[in-house]
Ligand binder design. Sequence first.
Ligand SMILES: Cc1ncc(COP(=O)(O)O)c(C=O)c1O
Length: 500
Amino acid sequence: MDKSENSTSEQTALGNAPLDMTGEEFRRVGHKLVDQIAAFLDGVRSRKVQSSDAVEKAQQFLGDQVLPSKGLSADEVMSDVSSLLIEKSLLTAHPRFWAYINGSASPIGALADMLAAAINPNLATWAVGPVASEIERQSVQWIAELMGYPRQAGGLLVSGGTVANITALLAARRAVLGAEVRRDGLRNSPQSRFYATVETHAWLEKAVDMMGFGEAAITRVETDAQLRMDTVHLAACIAEDRKAGYLPLAVVASAGTVSTGAIDPIKAIAALCCREKIWFHIDGCYGAAAAILPSAPADLQCLGLADSIAMDAHKWLYVPLEAGCVLVKDKNHLVDTFAHETGYYPVSDATMPLPVAYRDQGIQTSRGFRALKVWMCLRQAGREGYIDMIGSNITLAQHLADRITQTAALELRYQSLSIVTFRYNPGLKELPDGPLTNQVLNKINQKILKELQEEGWAYPSHAQIGGEFLLRVCITNFRTRLEDVDLLPGKVVECGAALI
Ligand SMILES: Cc1ncc(COP(=O)(O)O)c(C=O)c1O
């Protein structure tokens, strides 16, 4: 160790660790940051959703130097990066950010993350994070309640929908194939099959691949005109697979598909799975939150029929990333799937009976306190608050769909929950440089999307269905107002007309 390293170590030993801050310093830097964030949120509507020079400015700011040997003061570190992030990020907080399925993050979630990081409990075991674990338990119960899923189900919070879905299918694998699968893997198990439509999110391919089944284990079920699972075809697929010697392991239904928000016929699928004794999983990452609405579609009111369900709090519960939730009706399935004996974690005993540790119910060991932001959002909004926000998002999507239908050069394709897909089509047979084919329309709509995003007034995304490139608006955003969606059809037509 040379002398300079030694003197740094001495600073730490003297109570001046380079990463520590005095209360006074924390207050000064923190208050400034809170003021900056508050001003950003107050003014977000008047900003552009996207800044055209974001990548360039970020690269300029970061430069290409090696890890600096000398650190900076907290004031210096904070001041330039907070401005960069506010000025140059793609603003998911913007009222006209409508891309992918990305909730607008609640401000209280940001405060919760700060508090959670300050306390920094580890939710691997109840003993290390007792208060935090109890908050997670209540958050999971409240999420179950709002979706109409049994309160006593097992469940936990995870990073997001992909992991929530994979966790559920791991539980299904263990429940159906038995304890041996954890010791022997799949080598002694029958060849299994999973049933889903092509509209199912790509987490499913990841899941069957990672679980060792391979992507060929997915049997694709046909859809109806609204892109919902065709249950007659599902029954036929199951019968055919059984005849060929496969084991139908799980049906995966979507409560709100990623492209169009389609809700599979949950009730009918549940009945079929019950008859056929097949695990029934629902990917409710997007749509399950809408089950809270008194006017929810009938199939969303049947989520409780599934053996397991995944939902994303960072989508329609407006919790800042990352927060997904997995629920398994029989909580023993999670423990059977994930628990391991170890000699290095606290064990519960008769004098201090603790619930089963979260590390024994999911993939992670060390786990952060993401539950706090979930719990604080649920507490701030309450049931009525969520009914109001989610209901408003759906009403605005329906309004947009009506406006599109009334606009001659636009074609509405699908509207379900808060997703609307449509395209620009001027209805001409010929353009100056040739016929207006589907391929040409696809190119025009791609350009429209690019221009809308680059201009920064709004930020929709796209869907590709049946060979058509569609513009797609997904409103999981509590800042979106009627005036925002009202203006979009006109902007699209204006942009399209300038391109032909
Ligand atoms: C229906 C659906 N399922 C799963 C996912 C994956 O969720 P995450 O991105 O949180 O992993 C998404 C993401 O958009 C989704 O829309």
